[in-house]
Unconditional design. Structure first.
Length: 203
């Protein structure tokens, strides 16, 4: 485990739990499956139970068919033809059942790329609700979570990464990313365990 870097400050009542891409695409034996998604799911469920109305889920929406997409995304979907909507079906973009039950009151934002800040309404929705703090969970640590975290830092949100509620297909990349978050971005990012986050959340 990486050392916790969370500040000893209460989490704002205007926080949002941003849960990244916990979808059937990654959970059910597909080519994109995350082997230990099931290990972190209970922690994410606990956070959702604590504040379902403060939760926003992102969903990655693949191209409809191979060869679609802008620039290198076209090549990406030629490589991953088996993961297009045409191949897997629209049902696979749904949240895993353990999390889908929180919607509503939890919110859902769809995105076409790694970052939830591009091609989506996420930032506008967060501004509309006066959000100033993001608590981030989900997958993959070194891909869509990374894009979510860096965008949050760019927008100036207090950004808390829940280290035991993230998953990746690569153990090495996951560990390296958590170390980077905790050691390199000290003024913008905080890392913490779920228990530490729950202790500082408003009741």
């Amino acid at each position: 485990m990486v050392p916790s870097t969370i500040r000893n400050e209460s989490i704002s009542p205007n926080f949002v739990h941003l849960c990244v891409d916990m979808q059937r695409l990654y959970a059910e034996g597909t080519e994109w499956s995350l082997p230990w998604m099931s290990r972190v799911l209970p922690q994410i469920v606990r956070l959702c139970e604590r504040a379902p109305d403060h939760t926003t889920f992102t969903r990655f929406i693949p191209a409809q068919r191979p060869g679609q997409g802008h620039g290198t995304w076209r090549r990406y979907y030629e490589r991953w033809a088996s993961m297009t909507i045409e191949a897997v079906g629209m049902d696979m973009v749904e949240l895993v059942p353990e999390l889908a039950r929180f919607v509503p009151p939890a919110d859902v934002v769809d995105k076409p790329v790694y970052s939830p800040w591009l091609g989506s309404s996420l930032h506008a929705r967060l501004r509309a609700r006066g959000c100033d703090t993001l608590v981030i969970t989900g997958g993959e640590t070194d891909m869509c979570v990374l894009s979510s975290v860096l965008g949050a830092a760019d927008y100036g949100f207090r950004t808390i990464i829940v280290s035991d509620a993230l998953c990746s297909a690569s153990d090495e990349a996951h560990d390296a990313m958590l170390m980077l978050f905790s050691s390199r971005y000290g003024q913008h990012l905080e890392t913490a365990t779920l228990e530490e986050v729950l202790e500082l959340m408003p009741r």
